[in-house]
Design a protein around this ligand. Structure first.
Ligand SMILES: Cc1cc2nc3c(=O)[nH]c(=O)nc-3n(C[C@H](O)[C@H](O)[C@H](O)COP(=O)(O)OP(=O)(O)OC[C@H]3O[C@@H](n4cnc5c(N)ncnc54)[C@H](O)[C@@H]3O)c2cc1C
Length: 463
């Protein structure tokens, strides 16, 4: 007889959501966590960055307030206070998750968990070693910052995002290695706070996963804010020197900055878990799973960052729900067709579904509708005319299959589009839905109308 129906190793947004959903479905659930529940997302990822991002955007808005007729006088900024507010937000959310776990009667065991064999997890923690037996095991151990060979992160001068979130004194200058999502979000935050920011990206563009037009708008906006962007170049070395850190690029250029932030991706926490011994297949560090989130070993599931793919909190949570349902014999499959992504730069980015190029690669005939923020009443009232919405429509079915948004509140606007893509809504469904005026969602409506040459506030396209 097992102690539990399910034991989850790792209490991030994948693991704690799986645990709570399992309990809601009537299962006896145990959650093993070596640090604090909430994982990367709550403690050193999504939440702390967005708390600081909010301070940064407010500061940037206040500096621009004169354009809207508001004179503020001298504006000062206290990073230590912004960081302590960020910490308070994190504490509140972590405490909330702990309370939810208790209320759902999920047993939380503190310690490092590893799979002893199928159905048994060995936990090593402050209270010694204990064995937990369960019918199913869910691996939700997440990821950690990846390292770059030859670049030593000392946590003080050369840091990862974790240490950068805890700076209490603003660095005068910051060189960011990696122009992906995290690099660009930190560039946005520290530029607004007042640091001189340099971003170095190995690939030819910033935010390489986004549509070219989207990353170009962000790069232009970064340059206008005074950031220095170097793309298509590698970092050869980083060394601590008198007065800062010297970074040498592969083309020989050198920069000395107070701090260097390394954001070049994540490494998967799949080692030291006893998985190989249990016969679980691991491919390039990622735990291999099927669409039910089950590994090749029956009864062992894996979810979230540790399975690779799209490393986002809401993906981890959804995978957790799929895994725990299957563990409890409720058949469920993971569907990645409508995963929204939100990038908190200035301007923001939201995207979901297929890009035009992807749809074409799949042999789809598509129409693209576009609408600029600059032709939307609400955006103009807000002084936010920079950006656009681009929708990709499958000609055969008239369904919206993808969308990219760059501009103010793109990260919120993408929600409506995710619903449309997931529900398989046609352009007719969206056009027949009355959108409130004046609001930003009208930009999505007009982009959809534009795919038929019917955007009222846009001239140029004819049916
Ligand atoms: C700076 C930054 C900003 C981000 N911003 C966003 C964002 O805005 N939106 C978004 O969707 N995503 C964002 N992410 C990504 C997001 O944080 C991750 O995708 C998400 O946390 C993954 O969830 P997870 O449950 O798979 O793993 P994690 O959140 O990494 O949780 C894994 C947990 O497992 C525990 N653990 C590991 N090994 C063991 C073990 N052997 N025994 C016991 N416990 C163990 C760890 O302590 C940790 O608590 C961001 C990430 C970073 C770094």
């Amino acid at each position: 007889m097992s102690d539990y129906d399910v034991v989850v190793i790792g209490g991030g947004p994948g693991g704690y959501v799986a645990a709570i959903r399992g309990a809601q479905l009537g299962a006896r659930v145990c959650l093993v966590e070596k640090e604090r529940v909430g994982g990367t997302c709550l403690n050193r990822g999504c939440i702390p960055t967005k708390a600081l991002y909010t301070s940064a955007r407010l500061l940037a808005s206040i500096r621009e307030a004169h354009r809207l007729g508001v004179d503020t006088g001298h504006v000062s900024f206290d990073l230590a206070r912004a960081v302590s507010r960020k910490d308070a937000v994190v504490e509140k959310l972590v405490a909330g998750v702990e309370q939810l776990l208790r209320a759902n009667k999920v047993e939380v065991i503190r310690g490092f968990g590893r799979v002893e064999k199928r159905g048994t997890v060995r936990v090593e923690g402050g209270e010694g070693i204990q064995e937990v037996k369960a019918k199913s095991i869910i691996i939700a151990t997440g990821s950690d910052p990846a390292s770059l060979p030859g670049i030593e992160v000392d946590g003080h001068d050369v840091v990862t995002t974790t240490e950068a979130l805890a700076f209490t004194r603003l660095p005068e200058s910051l060189l960011i290695i990696g122009g992906g999502v995290a690099g660009c979000e930190f560039a946005t935050i520290f530029t607004a706070f007042g640091s001189r920011v340099i971003v170095v990206e190995y690939l030819p563009t910033l935010l390489p996963a986004e549509e070219g037009r989207v990353s170009r708008i962000v790069a232009k906006s970064f340059a206008e804010k005074g950031m220095e962007i170097h793309t298509g170049v590698a970092v050869d070395g980083v060394e601590t020197v008198q007065g800062g850190v010297k970074t040498t690029l592969s083309d020989g250029r050198q920069f000395v900055t107070e701090k260097v932030l390394v954001t070049i991706g994540r490494s998967y926490n799949s080692d030291r878990l006893g998985l190989e011994r249990a016969g679980v297949k691991i491919s390039e560090g990622r735990v291999a799973v099927n669409e039910r989130m089950e590994t090749n070993v029956k009864g062992i599931y894996a979810i979230g960052d540790v399975v690779g793919g799209v490393l986002l909190a809401h993906v981890a949570s959804k995978e957790g729900i799929v895994a725990v349902n299957n563990a409890l014999d409720r058949e469920m499959k993971m569907d990645y067709t409508a995963i929204p992504s939100a990038v908190f730069t200035d301007p923001e980015i939201g995207s979901v579904g297929m890009k035009e190029s992807e749809a074409k690669e799949r042999g789809m005939e598509v129409t693209v509708g576009r609408f600029p923020y600059g032709a939307n009443g609400k955006a103009l009232c807000m002084g936010e005319e920079n950006g656009f919405v681009e929708v990709v429509v499958d000609k055969a079915t008239d369904r919206v299959v993808g969308c990219s948004i760059v501009g103010a509140h793109a990260t919120d606007l993408i929600g409506e589009v995710a619903l449309a893509v997931k529900a398989g809504l046609t352009t007719a469904d969206i056009i027949e839905t009355v959108h409130a005026h004046p609001t930003l969602p009208e930009i999505f409506l007009e982009a959809v109308e534009d795919s038929h040459g019917l955007a009222i506030h846009k001239v140029g396209r004819r049916r």
